[in-house]
Design a protein around this ligand. Structure first.
Ligand SMILES: [Zn+2]
Length: 411
């Protein structure tokens, strides 16, 4: 990581909360050192925080010919999969997503996250959650029943506690649970209960005792009931969120990652999936659309979380997900931008690290053509002209008329 100071001056800057007008942003050794008003140098470009995707899956082939995505993790050694995780993560950062939270982590992602943290390879921030799920649960059914090498499962409250402790020992940042079946898991129904209330209670209690956040996958109203009853820290998908849940969600200001694009893409068969998965997704989308109507306007705290795995949802499709969220939740562009930056950081306990452009926080920002907080439709890949992640230029180049005061960071 370059320790040399660098700065950009004269571009309008939106800091994650508000428009600061033409500004200077200075950074050194990966951190922002100053954000201050400056004489305007260009009206064409602006600076915004890097995006944060709170729900991704990096353990898939990053090859240009990925083959069968379900088989690949079963036949590829962990050491090799870690390299693909890093490749996906770097691709995401180059597309403007400078922080990722992987919600089905293992040593594969944990190894990659440590290499990124140590600066061995320039890339985004990567948080990793380990799953605590049951035999025949959503998390278990991505692997065929007869296949011997399986991720650890937990089938009693004691086993749940033990698995949470094992994840803590491995260095995981948090825990993922399931309170319903899923779309892409093979052989289950979306409506299946996943785990008993006692198992969920034990998992959440143990995770919180060890300082870890709990993200709950759920597609059913009963699943939302259970997640809320036992005090999870975020709802993933949230298909079953009904109006009766709003009061609790608002009271706790609980984040919900709506994963709109992936379920639309599976339901519409824009990507190759089984008949069963497409049928499940069509039912999920219909229920979700009915349930989400009005939820955004009511103030439910939706944050950017896409389920991107590089195949169904690619790294870079986060920009499209934000536009879908704006439309679905009747938001302003600025509200949508917060959902992908400052509020996403707050939701995953990174407000002291990234998500805003403030001195002391990480130098994670984008130089874009246009002002996405005024019109999010300008936030398309061709308008992202430079990406800085952890102080390093990950993609593009700074505009000629606002050349940084020092050599490019990273050189
Ligand atoms: Zn997921």
């Amino acid at each position: 990581m370059s320790a040399r100071p660098a700065s950009l001056s004269g571009l309008p800057l939106w800091d994650g909360d508000a428009d600061r007008g033409p500004s200077t942003i200075a950074w050194q050794a990966g951190r922002i050192t100053d954000v201050a008003p400056a004489a305007a140098a260009s009206a064409e470009y602006s600076i915004v925080p890097g995006l944060i995707d709170t729900h991704v899956h990096l353990d898939s082939s990053a090859s240009s010919r990925p083959g069968d995505w379900m088989t690949w993790p079963l036949i590829t050694p962990a050491s090799e999969r870690s390299l693909h995780v890093v490749a996906h993560a770097r691709h995401a950062a180059a597309a403007g997503i400078t922080t990722l939270r992987d919600l089905s982590g293992s040593d594969v992602q944990l190894s990659a996250a440590r290499a990124l943290d140590e600066g061995l390879i320039p890339g985004p921030r990567l948080l990793v959650h380990g799953a605590v799920g049951m035999t025949a649960g959503h998390g278990d059914l991505f692997v065929p029943p007869h296949y011997p090498h399986r991720a650890p499962l937990a089938d009693s409250p004691d086993e749940c506690r033990k698995l949470v402790r094992q994840w803590a020992r491995s260095g995981a940042d948090g825990i993922k649970i399931f309170t319903s079946g899923g779309v892409l898991s093979i052989g289950d129904k979306v409506g299946w209960r996943n785990q008993t209330p006692q198992e969920i209670a034990a998992t959440v209690d143990e995770a919180h005792a060890l300082g870890m956040l709990v993200a709950a996958h759920t597609h059913t109203a009963e699943g939302v009931d259970i997640a809320l009853e036992f005090g999870v820290d975020s709802i993933e998908h949230g298909t079953g969120i009904e109006e009766r849940h709003w009061e609790t969600l608002l009271e706790r200001n609980l984040p919900v990652a709506p994963t709109l694009l992936i379920n639309d893409a599976i339901a519409d068969r824009r990507i190759p999936v089984s008949d069963d998965a497409a049928e499940k997704a069509r039912a999920v989308v219909a229920e979700r659309d009915a349930n989400f109507a009005g939820a955004g306007a009511a103030g439910i705290r939706f944050v950017l979380g896409t389920d991107a795995n590089g195949i169904m949802v690619r790294f870079g499709d986060q920009l499209e997900e934000l536009r879908l969220m704006k439309r679905a939740f009747e938001w302003t562009s600025e509200r949508a931008m917060r959902a992908g930056t400052s509020d996403a950081a707050d939701a995953i306990r990174l407000s002291g690290t990234t998500g805003r452009l403030r001195p002391g926080l990480g130098a994670d920002f984008l130089v874009v053509r246009g002002r996405p907080w005024e019109d999010i439709d300008v936030l398309v890949p061709e308008n992202i002209v430079a990406v800085v992640a952890r102080g390093e230029l990950m993609a593009g180049a700074f505009p000629d008329d606002v050349t940084p005061t020092a050599a490019h960071p990273g050189t």
